[in-house]
Each structure stands twice: as structure tokens, then as C-alpha cells.
Ligand binder design. Structure first.
Ligand code: HEM
Length: 388
């Protein structure tokens, strides 16, 4: 998409696409504003003129989550689980996360010198981690993965809009049923996990969360960090395989260097390329007037390559600093899971680099992730020499 972004930044940085009936915004400054200015740009899809209310209760659970709410309700919902995603809180779990990544890699890395970074590490690792934090059995992880992939998937070419909507609905209903049972069991026996935090907030006097909001939150937390973190790890390996051989030595030797490189992957190959908003009031940008109720797409992937903000924006520079990328969004909805995603990426990549050297891509063609806003690959076969 990067050539298209560049052309749009030059020719039509704010433009209306009549086919999709949406505005597109491409420049760093503008994307940052759309993400941050929540009085002008609402995160609530219900604000859109063309919004159709879901027919059945349960179908719209995801709409009742922090991701799609504006303040003040947004802040109340986020406040329920905020504490759990603080870096200092996660730090205690790092050794355990390392063990999880290590086990996956020990099964995959061998003398034959081939593996699939996605299937062997980048996909199962975040699903296992979030299942543990939530407190649902990691053995259900195949089911979680199917659900999360289905929710972020774009409609496939051979499927009509109705079949697609049906499938989305079905997925949400299955997840709601699953979490309803989990919530019931936790009510009787609270534990040290996110599910118990959510159940407590739901049953507290005054009800900080409705039942629907509690279910929506479980679904959001299970889904938001899977395909995104999978593609952060996979996109990182793609960047590293293209870079100088010395880079891998440096990343092995220095955690700070690895952390900086991960930030650059978030900029250069952003796993989330776009987020959606609705204008809450009329607003003029770059001479174009956006009316209240119009949908607006903020192209994060384009903002992150805007050379008004980044020197040599089209070049991967693993030591780039400062690096004010918008890969986790900006402002009110700044990614809740950013500290977790950063930790998972660092741990997963460093465990991988401990085991392999001379890492390179194969000539097999790469299949893009089936989603309209997630950027990455379905699988990433690599060759390497085993490190001993
Ligand atoms: C929000 C990206 C991992 C949970 C966001 C947003 C972005 C983003 C761009 C902003 C959405 C908006 O402005 O509308 C990413 C990327 C990830 C990642 C690139 C991995 C590399 C995670 C993880 C979790 C998570 C691991 C948690 C398990 C959330 C939640 C929100 C969010 C709950 C909504 C926050 C709010 O509305 O206040 N993420 N995310 N994300 N993310 Fe992430």
C-alpha cells in the first residue's frame, strides 16, 4: 500500500472516496489529530449517518467496548482493566513469557533449518499469553485463534456481504456464549486473572459494567492483541531478514537496541494500518469540509511514512530515535495493550535470535493477512542456521 499512500500524501491528502463513502486522511499531522481530537472525531460507529443497528442483542457486543466509546464512558470502561496492562505489572511475568516462547521455539527450530515464523511462534505465542492473563484455558487456543481471525477478517471475494455479516454475527455469538460460562464460573470462585477483575466490576454495587459490557470486554481483550502482535513479530522478522547481517548480533547483545528496532517495525511495517472515526461536527481539513456523520479513515500506515515527520521515512532504520510513530494510535484510544505487545515482541524475537543465525526469507510468495486494516502475512517461511 505504501506507493499508494505516497501518491495520496502528495495529491489528495484529505479526500472523499465515493465508492466506499468515506473520507481518507494520509498526513501525519492530520492522522494524529483525527485519532486524538475525540470531540470532533467520534470513535462510536453509531454516530455515522449510514450506521445500521444490529438486529439481535449480542451481535453488537463489540460496539459496547472502550474501543468504540467516547469519553466519559470510554474512560470508565478502560479504568476497569487499565492497571493490569501497566509495564511494571507485566514485568513480573517476563520470565514466564520467555519460557512460553522458548517452548514453542524448541519444538520448531531444528537442524533442517526451516520454520514458519507465523505458525510456529508469532501466532500461538500472543494467544497463549492473553488466554493466561484472562484466565481461560490456553488449551482452547485454537478456538480463540479462529474467532479472532474471523472478527478481523475482511469479506472474501467469493462471499456476499450478507454471508460475511452472518459469519461475523455467528462468531460474536459463539464468543459471548463461551465467556458467559466463564463469567459464571468465576463469580463462584474468583482468581488472580482479568476475568475475575471484569466479573467483580460487573457485580459491584452500582454496576460499573453491564453484562453486555463485561462480555464485550472479554471479546475485545481476546481479539485485539492476537493478529496485531502476530504481525508485529512477523513483520519484524521480515525487516531483520532484509537488513545488514551485523544487525542481528547487535540485537542479541543489547535489549535496548532490540526495543528500538521493534519501535521502528511498528513505524515501517505497522501491523495496524488504519483506524476509523465518525465526524461528530462539521470540520474543514486541507480545504475539504467533512460533514457531521461522515466516516473518516485515519491511515496510520501512511502517517508513519510521512517525511515531514520522519527523515528517510521510506527506509527501515532500526536505531531510529526519536520515533514518534502512530503504530499504537494516539491520545484517548492509545493502545491499552502496547506494553504487553512490546514485551511479547521483545521476548519472542530475542528467544528466536538466541536459537538461529543467518536468518533469511525463502522464495515462497508471501500471502497478505486477510484483513482490510491489518498489515502482515499469513505465514512466513524462513531459512536459518541453528545456533549452538
Ligand atoms: C487500541 C494497535 C496489541 C488491546 C489500539 C489502537 C491501535 C492498536 C492502533 C488504537 C485504536 C483507535 O485509535 O481506535 C495495536 C498493535 C498491537 C496491539 C499494533 C500489537 C503489535 C494489543 C494487545 C492488546 C491490545 C496485546 C491487549 C490484549 C487494545 C485495546 C484497545 C487498543 C483494548 C482500545 C483502547 C481504547 O479504546 O482505549 N491498538 N494493538 N492491543 N488495543 Fe491494541
Amino acid at each position: 500500500p505504501f506507493d499508494w499512500y505516497r501518491r495520496m500524501r502528495e495529491e489528495a491528502p484529505v479526500r472523499y472516496d465515493a465508492d466506499r463513502q468515506t473520507w481518507d486522511v494520509f498526513l501525519y499531522e492530520d492522522v494524529k489529530r483525527v485519532l486524538n481530537d475525540d470531540e470532533t472525531f467520534s470513535a462510536d460507529p453509531r454516530e455515522a449517518d449510514d450506521f445500521v443497528e444490529p438486529e439481535e442483542p449480542g451481535e453488537g457486543l463489540i460496539l459496547d467496548t472502550m474501543l468504540f466509546k467516547d469519553p466519559p464512558r470510554h474512560d470508565e470502561l478502560r479504568g476497569v482493566v487499565d492497571e493490569w496492562f501497566q509495564p511494571r505489572r507485566l514485568r513480573d511475568r517476563e520470565p514466564h513469557f520467555r519460557d512460553l516462547a522458548g517452548e514453542l521455539l524448541d519444538d520448531a527450530v531444528g537442524a533442517e533449518g526451516r520454520m514458519d515464523v507465523v505458525g510456529d511462534l508469532a501466532s500461538p505465542f500472543p494467544v497463549t499469553v492473553i488466554a493466561e492473563l484472562l484466565g481461560v484455558p490456553p488449551s482452547d487456543r485454537d478456538r480463540f485463534k479462529t474467532w479472532s481471525d474471523a472478527l478481523v477478517a475482511a469479506a472474501s471475494d467469493d462471499e456476499g456481504a450478507e454471508a460475511y455479516a452472518d459469519r461475523q454475527r455467528q462468531t460474536q455469538m459463539e464468543m459471548a456464549q463461551y465467556f458467559l460460562e466463564m463469567i459464571e464460573s468465576r463469580r463462584e470462585e474468583p482468581r488472580d486473572d482479568l476475568l475475575s477483575v471484569i466479573v467483580t466490576a460487573e457485580s459491584e454495587g452500582g454496576g460499573r459494567l453491564s453484562r453486555e459490557e463485561a462480555l464485550g470486554m472479554c471479546i475485545l481483550l481476546l481479539v485485539a492483541g492476537n493478529i496485531t502482535t502476530t504481525n508485529l513479530v512477523a513483520n519484524a522478522v521480515r525487516c531483520f531478514a532484509d537488513a545488514d547481517a551485523d544487525l542481528l548480533d547487535e540485537l542479541r547483545a543489547d535489549d535496548r537496541a532490540l526495543e528500538r528496532a521493534v519501535e521502528e517495525v511498528l513505524r515501517y511495517r505497522s501491523p495496524v494500518q488504519a483506524m476509523s472515526r465518525v465526524a461528530a461536527e462539521p470540520v474543514t481539513m486541507r480545504g475539504e469540509t467533512i460533514e457531521a456523520g461522515d466516516r473518516v479513515i485515519a491511515w496510520i500506515g501512511s502517517a508513519n511514512r510521512d517525511d515531514c515527520q520522519f527523515a528517510s521515512a521510506e527506509t527501515f532504520r532500526p536505531d531510529r530515535s526519536p520515533n514518534q510513530h502512530l503504530g499504537f494510535g494516539h491520545g484517548t484510544h492509545y493502545c491499552l495493550g502496547a506494553p504487553l505487545a512490546r514485551l511479547e515482541a521483545k521476548v519472542g524475537l530475542s528467544e528466536l535470535l538466541d536459537r538461529v543465525e543467518r536468518l533469511r526469507l525463502t522464495d515462497e510468495p508471501l500471502q497478505p493477512t486477510r484483513s482490510s486494516f491489518v498489515y502482515g502475512v499469513e505465514s512466513l517461511p524462513i531459512r536459518y542456521d541453528e545456533r549452538r
